[in-house]
Design a protein around this ligand. Structure first.
Ligand code: ATP
Ligand code: MG
Length: 183
């Protein structure tokens, strides 16, 4: 699954609409301290369905919305859009009719988040599953934040198993089984 575009508006320090084109191969983001490098990675995590505000370095999920500066007022809405290529048609059946998928998550202050995939409103769970099968997603081992290595070394065996399951590409199976049991 190749991520080709990330668009942000009102998200953390990215108050003005910003588009990042991600070419195939390795992409590096460089810049001085506080310029928003980690915020970009958090935007990726967030649009893939992150539910923990703590993982986003906030107290509540509304903290991802631009909070204002001395010269600019705060916003009441944030939106992140991620375009992924689906040429190999590996997305779950409900999304597999398109060559390209655009996942959009939007949050409004005190009103929570909504998700859309190619314009159609979907559940958070649908987006989480879409990425879980592609060995990526908000909790993916591919996203290594500060302090993560230490926590893996000290992790409980059951938590470490989750990493192995992801490496074996079976993480989506558990979520699906849980969904099936709820029905
Ligand atoms: P470092 O090199 O130190 O890791 P970085 O490039 O990763 O820095 P970030 O942590 O992504 O920087 O960005 C931090 C900046 O984002 C801070 O200036 C912080 O004030 C700003 N910021 C975070 N959340 C918000 C928000 N909700 N509204 C406005 N600005 C925000
Ligand atoms: Mg950083």
């Amino acid at each position: 699954m190749h991520f080709s575009k990330l668009r942000l508006a009102g998200f953390k320090s990215f108050v003005d609409p910003t588009e990042v084109v991600i070419e195939p191969g390795l992409t590096g983001v460089v810049g001085p301290n506080g310029c928003g490098k980690s915020n970009l990675v958090e935007a990726l995590r967030w649009v893939m369905g992150e539910t923990s505000a703590k993982q986003m370095r906030g107290d509540g999920m509304d903290d991802v919305i631009f909070g204002g500066t001395t010269s600019r007022p705060k916003r009441n809405m944030a939106e992140v859009s991620l375009v992924v290529a689906n040429e190999d048609r590996r997305a779950p059946a409900q999304f597999n009719d398109a060559e390209e998928l655009e996942i959009i998550r939007r949050i409004e202050r005190e009103r929570g988040s909504h998700y859309r995939v190619n314009g159609r409103e979907v559940r958070a769970r649908d987006v989480q599953l879409l990425f879980a099968d592609a060995a990526t997603g908000a909790r993916s081992a591919g996203l290594v934040s500060q302090g993560k290595i230490g926590s893996i070394v000290q992790a409980k065996p059951t938590d470490r198993r989750a990493l192995l399951e992801e490496a074996a590409n079976i993480r989506g199976l558990h979520t699906r089984r849980h969904e099936a049991e709820l029905r």
